[in-house]
Design a protein around this ligand. Structure first.
Ligand code: PLP
Length: 427
């Protein structure tokens, strides 16, 4: 059987059906912004392979770091053992994160990093004498991963609640932050969204361990950019009601939104932070959950003073080594001008979509561009069009979006925009 036929028969792809699988292209190689298909056709990876390949594919520095590590120590268990790549990565993270966020737990994917954050919150509340705080809250429109607890906090409409019936726990939700990024802030809690948080906490805070949210940019739950002041208000309310604040920067971290972390735009520091995706420059699945000293101390004060999690591949040396190289690239600073350039290119290139009848909104922030359409985008048609246009896009629902690798040149950004505008113009 040819590869594509065998794949169709035996492999699930993300969110897909075995009976009627969607079409797939076979990728043979990747370099910089380019994906090369098995038949030689090339496409720009406008998705950075789902936010991960921020420096482009196979960046020489990342390849070199991983190869060097491969020759020494590809893997070793982390229980009772440590190694230079794990310590080196921790040093870099502590140096780049806000003061106070410096207790790090490594895991193998973003969803697991979120699970660990939620566990930390419950264990810390136990240590603080708050055994009744076992529930969680979030804003609608969020996305935190596909494992059970993370999934229960994803947007209850666009997320996965409908697929699992009563098996999926119901959590507490407030409306998504209503004031868009760039709009004028409104102090009225009834209009800025904080009134709903206040009302929720007034009734339920005694049972809520933590509030989780993606700062400034909600990703896969709706590609929504909101006013950073909402986060400052949320921080105040969490403190007042004893709720731990968890930021999920798995998509937004490491420069994507124009600042190193999206939370910098709000000047707010969470109690717990989740990192992943671009952490390794897209080379390996890897993630980190970072807690404040206060959270770490509270966990240690608990009835069982250890944090109860420990994945087999925790702190994998290959992943840590390549993450160190990726953070070193960021530290050199070229990303700032690159992301600003992409932002300008996206703003200009996507502007023509604004006038189209099928388009509801166009928004750009950092190296993220979104066209929100009136009707769901025809995914099957887009899939074929990507190959023809040489631009790889993966829309969902009414959201046609891109987040190109930071190394994308102006003409490549223009080409991505042209493809998106063309799709948005389809009848
Ligand atoms: C992708 C993503 C996750 C889940 O990460 P995985 O590595 O896919 O498990 C969690 N939160 C956010 C904001 C994400 O974008």
């Amino acid at each position: 059987m040819r590869d594509l036929a065998f794949d169709r028969r035996h492999l699930w792809h993300p969110y897909s059906s075995m009976r009627e699988p969607g079409p797939v292209h076979e990728v043979a190689a990747a370099e910089g912004v380019w994906l090369e298909l098995a038949d030689g056709v090339r496409m720009i990876d406008a998705m950075s392979s789902w936010w991960a390949a921020a420096h482009g594919h196979r960046h020489p520095r990342l390849v070199e770091a991983m190869q060097a590590q491969l020759d020494r120590l590809p893997h070793v268990m982390f229980g009772g053992l440590t190694h230079a790549p794990a310590v080196g990565l921790a040093r870099r993270l502590v140096a780049m994160l806000p003061v106070g966020l410096d207790r790090i737990f490594y895991s193998d994917s973003g969803s697991v990093a979120v699970e660990v954050a939620l566990k930390m919150a419950v264990q810390a509340q136990l240590g603080l004498g708050q055994a009744g705080r076992v529930a969680f809250a979030s804003a609608r429109g969020g996305y935190y991963g596909d494992t059970w607890k993370a999934m229960s906090l994803c947007d209850p409409q666009t997320g996965m609640h409908a697929h699992f019936g009563a098996a999926l726990q119901v959590q507490h939700f407030v409306p998504r932050p209503p004031i868009p990024f760039g709009a004028e802030w409104d102090e009225d809690p009834a209009r800025n969204g904080l009134g709903a948080v206040e009302a929720l906490f007034a009734g339920k805070a005694h049972e809520i361990a933590g509030f989780i949210v993606e700062p400034v940019v909600q990703g896969a739950g709706g590609m929504w950019f909101y006013h950073p002041r909402w986060l400052a208000g949320l921080r105040t309310l969490c403190d007042r009601h004893g709720v731990l604040l968890i930021f999920d920067e798995i998509a937004t971290g490491f420069g994507r939104t124009g600042t190193l972390f999206a939370m910098e735009r709000a000047g707010v520091v969470p109690d717990i932070l989740c990192l992943g995706k671009a952490l390794t420059g897209g080379m390996m699945s890897f993630a980190a959950t970072v807690a404040s000293g206060r959270v770490a101390e509270a966990i240690s004060d608990g009835p069982a003073p250890v944090l109860m999690h420990g994945p087999t591949f925790m702190g994998n040396p290959l992943a840590c080594a390549v993450a160190c190289a990726s953070l070193d690239l960021l530290a050199e600073g070229a990303w700032q001008a690159q992301v600003a350039g992409i932002e300008a290119g996206l703003a200009q290139g996507l502007a023509p979509a604004r006038g189209l009848p099928g388009v509801r909104d166009v928004r750009v922030l950092g190296a993220i561009g979104v066209i929100e359409t009136q009707a769901p985008v025809d995914m099957g048609r887009v899939h074929g069009f990507c190959r023809d246009s040489g631009v790889w896009l993966r829309p969902f629902g009414r959201l046609l979006y891109c987040m190109p690798p930071f190394v994308a040149a102006p003409d490549e950004v223009a080409r991505i925009c042209a493809a998106m505008v063309e799709i948005a113009g389809w009848p």
